[in-house]
Structure formats: structure tokens, C-alpha cells
Design a protein around this ligand. Sequence first.
Ligand code: MRU
Length: 357
Amino acid sequence: MSLLSQPPSNEVLQSLIWENDALSLLDQRLLPEETVYLHLTTTQEVWEAIRELKVRGAPAIGIAAAYGVVLGLTGFAGDLAAWQSEVRRHADYLATSRPTAVNLFWALDRLKARAETLGSSSLSPTEATDALLQEAKQIHAEDELTNRKIGEHALTLFKDGMGVLTHCNAGGLATAKYGTALAPFYLALEQGIQLKVFADETRPVLQGARLTAFELQRAGVDVTLICDNMAGHVMSKGWIQAVIVGTDRVAANGDVANKIGTYSVAVLAKAHNIPFYVACPLSTIDLSTPTGADIPIEERHPDEVAFGFGKRTAPEGVAVYNPAFDITPSELVTAIITEKGIVNAPYDETLRRLFES
Ligand code: MRU
């Protein structure tokens, strides 16, 4: 793994780039201070990058994993049957990197399905690997188009002058481009619509402060950073007319898993009569998971809470609970915004219908 440092510029920062038979990955742990691209050439490096949050955000994790499978096939020597089981082995390994974002499993399943078809073709393993790379690139390219559509739908819910609060980072850094929850802010900028964005800092890993504030400020969006415990205060002042967040997985009944603290924001929004919107691609909706209670919630290392960013902020040895995500029950979700349009409750029906048309 080599490091490539990129000087700051006004270009849109890309979280992932496939170039020279390798995955260039913007190391998100180093933002906002350093813009460093990692040059990943093995499946294991991709697994570690996902696990250690060098790449994070549901769609970006899926894209990285898809390229990770392809990297595992470099230099493969064997027949097509062995090639197919190699694809499955790498995909199953990458699936153990993080448990909550369903886009990871969605992307890996899509690659496995493609490998299944290629496995019964007359291609050589090298040609089959090339075709699998095309599938990974397709997932990457589709994500950008999907997010633009999500942004267009989401923007119909916002009016000039509105204050909008977001939690965590569901922006360009978490996806191929634009993001999901942040997509309408980029589109508003293009169209000259003034929105005032409030970004929760998002303890303990600070995706809101380090990533959302960074990417929106860089793009010229009007963004104000607040600590997580200030959300109620700014709502009570009347500064927030809508909340919009991304999600790692939507269950069949409309319950939403997203970054820890999202549930608290949804409760606050309800108390202040503010609409609470969730933006996501269809690949984040998991109809095979009945309710939020069935979504696996990742627990991360206690040091993220007690020794964050190299500074001890709690007594050594104290018990720490560090779930990375929480569940917002569907009753608190005003609408779910997808590339196919905006749906409301009853979600068990409206989400299912999205996959029928
Ligand atoms: O732990 P992270 O940083 O991967 O969590 C990310 C989130 O919770 C995002 O809001 C979600 O993945 C949606 S990204 C479009």
C-alpha cells in the first residue's frame, strides 16, 4: 500500500478512484487536515480500509468491496470453476468487514451473481476478471447517477431560505459523488437556492465535523457546525425547518439504521414538529430484514469514546458502550427519498412497491 498526497484544489474530491489496476482511496481518517490517497492492491488492504473507516458510508463501502473482490483475482492461475470459487471466497471475506450497511452485502451479492453467469461462459479466467471489473465500475458509476436523482427528489421538499439539519456524513465522501442526504445541498447550490445547513459533529468519530462540514464548506454550501447536544437548542430557536439523514439499512417496515445519534435527532424533530427525511438508494433498502430489531448493530472499540484522536478523555478502564448505529422507528420518519421518488408510510407497502415498478 503506497500513499499519494493530493494538494487541495477546488475539484470535487472523489472518495474512490480505480486507476492503474488498483484502488485509490481517500483516507477519511485523516480529513480534514490531510488529503491522502491510499493505493490499495489487495483484498486484505480493502478489508482493513473498510474496517478501520478509511473508507466509510454505506454506498462507498459497497463500491470499495466490489473492487476488493477484483483485486483478489490479480494473477489468478486456474480454470473457470476455480476462478468462481475464488470470487466467492474473496466476497465472503469482505462481507466480514462491517455488519450494518447492507450496501456492502448488496454489492458483493451482485458480483457473485455476475461471476455465476461468467462461470458458465466460454471466457478465459482473465477475460472473466475483466468482465467482473466492468461490473464493479458499473456499480461505481450507477451510484453517482442514483445520488443525483435522489438529490433532485429531495430538493422538491426544500424551499429557499430553509434551515436543514443533518447528522453524520452522507455526502460525496460516503458515496461515488453528491452523497444521498447531502445531494440536495449540492443541487441547491447549482440552482441558486439558499439553504442554511446545520451539521451535527457526530460523536464519537466526528463524521459531521471532519467530513460533512469539510466537504460542504469546500463546495461553498452555507454550513454551520454544532455539537450533537445543541440540536434541540437550534430547533427550539426555530432555525431548523427540516432534518435529512442518510442510512445504512432500511428494514421492510421502514425502520432506519443510521449513525448513532440519529434516533435522538428524530425524537427532537418530532417534538418540534419538524419533518424528518431519510435519503437512500434502493440498494440500502433491505426487504429481507423485517424490522429494525433485526438489523445487526456494529459495536466499535471503546477507545473511540474514551481515547478519541489520541487524547484520553475518560478514566482508564471505565466501562464504555460504543454502538456505531441506532434504529429510528418508522413512525418518526416523515418520508424516505430514493432515486425512484419519495415514499411515505405505510412503508411495508410503499417500499415493496419501489421494487415492483
Ligand atoms: O460509520 P460510518 O461513518 O460508515 O457511518 C455512515 C453513516 O451512518 C451514513 O449516514 C450512512 O452510511 C449513509 S452514507 C450515504
